[in-house]
Ligand binder design. Structure first.
Ligand code: HEC
Length: 150
């Protein structure tokens, strides 16, 4: 009986280890990374310096090419989730692309940040520094109201 149980445990362990190895072998390529965004949307006049700092802290990983790709981003299955987040996030909004944010986009940014849907709560768990305080949200509101000067 004891031997049987040991064997079963051994079997379960090897299946689990095998699956983990298989999952790890299936790696999405990291998103293209780069800091060459001198002329990106967040460097334009539409984005005052304080707002730029805030966006860089809380949104850049998914909404710019300036993505930080830490070691744990290379572990399955988290890597699948993160690479999906980054590619969908960038497709929706990429501050590294050279264009000027219009009023509608600024409104969407302020709304997503204000209602807590952005940054995604699952991201905040590993990135507490990206959490937005009430004063961060107030700053964004002032930006939207056109009430900020550089
Ligand atoms: C962990 C990655 C991640 C971070 C960090 C992040 N976003 Fe997003 N964001 C996404 C993804 C993914 C989508 C696309 C959602 C979809 O496809 O429906 C998105 C969509 C958006 C949209 C489009 C409207 C919407 O709600 O779908 C806005 C606006 C936005 N994000 C703003 C922000 C702002 C502002 C920040 C920082 C305060 C931020 N995001 C941080 C991943 C992220």
């Amino acid at each position: 009986m004891a031997i049987l149980t040991k064997r079963r445990v051994g079997l379960v362990v090897s299946v689990v280890v095998g699956l983990a190895a298989l999952a790890q072998a299936i790696q999405p390529p990291p998103p293209p990374l780069g800091k060459a965004d001198k002329a990106g949307a967040w460097q334009t006049k539409a984005v005052p310096a304080q707002v730029r700092t805030l966006l860089a802290r809380a949104c850049a990983d998914c909404h710019s090419n300036d993505t930080n790709w830490p070691w744990y981003a290379r572990l399955s299955p988290g890597s699948w989730l993160m690479s999906d987040h980054v590619s969908r996030g960038r497709r929706r909004l990429n501050f590294s692309i050279e264009y000027t944010l219009d009023e509608e986009e600024i409104g969407e940014i302020v709304e997503a940040a204000g209602n807590g849907s952005m940054p995604p709560p699952s991201y905040l768990w590993m990135h507490p520094e990206a959490r937005l305080s009430e004063s961060d949200k107030a700053l964004l509101n002032r930006w939207w109201m056109g009430d900020l000067t550089e």
